[in-house]
Design a binder for this molecule. Sequence first.
Ligand SMILES: Nc1ncnc2c1ncn2[C@@H]1O[C@H](COP(=O)(O)OP(=O)(O)O)[C@@H](O)[C@H]1O
Ligand SMILES: O=C(O)C1=C[C@@H](OP(=O)(O)O)[C@@H](O)[C@H](O)C1
Length: 294
Amino acid sequence: MEAKVLQGMQSPTWIMREKIVMRKQDSSLQSFQKFGEQKWNGVPASCSLRTSKGRSHRLAVLRVSCSSGNVPASTLESGSLPTLLDESMILRNKAEEIEPYINGRCIYLVGMMGSGKTTVGKVLSEALGYSFCDCDSLIEQAVGMSTVAEIFKQYGESFFRDNETEVLQKLSSMHRRVVSTGGGAVIRPINWRHMQKGISVWLDIPVEALARRITAVGTSSRPLLHQESGDPFSRTMKRLSTLLEERGEAYGNADARVSLENIASKLGLKDVCNVTSTAIAIEVLSQIEYFLKK
Ligand SMILES: Nc1ncnc2c1ncn2[C@@H]1O[C@H](COP(=O)(O)OP(=O)(O)O)[C@@H](O)[C@H]1O
Ligand SMILES: O=C(O)C1=C[C@@H](OP(=O)(O)O)[C@@H](O)[C@H](O)C1
C-alpha cells in the first residue's frame, strides 16, 4: 500500500517558535511561548502586549513552559501569570473550524501501545462533539471478557485479531466517531480497508517516551509486552523497539502523521513528555486539515 504520509517536518499552522519577552510587575523578564497567529472564527488567537523594549507584539500565551530567575516553571504553569488563551480554547476553535470538512467521517488514531490514542482520542472527540470508541473495549465486550490480556491468554492472538477486524468493520459504517485502535490494528491490510472509510492519523511517539509511559502504569494490560526479561523499563523498551521495527511501515499508511518530536521542537520543549494531550489533539486537527487540503 502506498505510504501517504509525509515523513519530513510538516508545518502545522498553530505553532510558532518565536519567543517573546514581556515585562512583569517586578521587572523580571519572563519568556513565553508564542502560539498560532490565526484567527479562530472571530476569536482572536493573539493579542497585543508591550515588551521591555516598548515594542508591541501579538501574542497568545497558552502555557508557560520555562522558568526564569527565581520563578519556577511550575508556578508559571499553575496560572499565576496571565494566560491569555489556553490550549483548550484553541482546540475548540480549531475543531469548530475543521469539523465541516471532516464531514462526519470517523477519525482513526493508530500508533504503538502507549502512544496516547485513548487519552488524545477522548480530548479530540469532546472537542469535535464526536463519540469516542476504544477498539480494545469493544473487543472485550464482543468476546464477553473483561481484559485484552485475558483474551490473549485464553484464546491467543489470532482470535483477538479476528475480533479486532470485526470491530473495525462495524465501525466503518458509522459516523462522527474518534476511534482509538489497538497498536497492532495496522498489521492486517483488511483493517486498512475498513479504516479508509474515515481518516487515519498516526500518533508517532519516540519509543523511549512510550516505554516511560508504559513502565509508569505497568504492563499487565498489554500482553505483548510480557515476553522479555530484565528490569521493567529495559524490557518494555526492547519489546517496543522490536514491534516498531516490524510495524513502522504499516503505521506509515495513515492519512496523517503527528510527530511528538516535531511538536516538542516547534514549542521549544526539550522533553517530549511535556507536550500535553490537548496540544497533541490540536496538532491532529492541523494535520487532518493539511491532509484534506492535499
Ligand atoms: N501527552 C501525554 N503526556 C504524558 N503521558 C501521556 C500522554 N498521553 C497519554 N499519556 C499516558 O500514557 C499512557 C498510555 O496512554 P493511552 O492513551 O492509554 O495510550 P494508547 O491508547 O495509545 O495505548 C497512559 O498512562 C496515559 O496517561
Ligand atoms: O500493539 C498491540 O498489538 C496491542 C495493543 C493493545 O492496544 P493499545 O495500543 O491500546 O495498548 C491491544 O490491542 C493489544 O494488547 C495488542
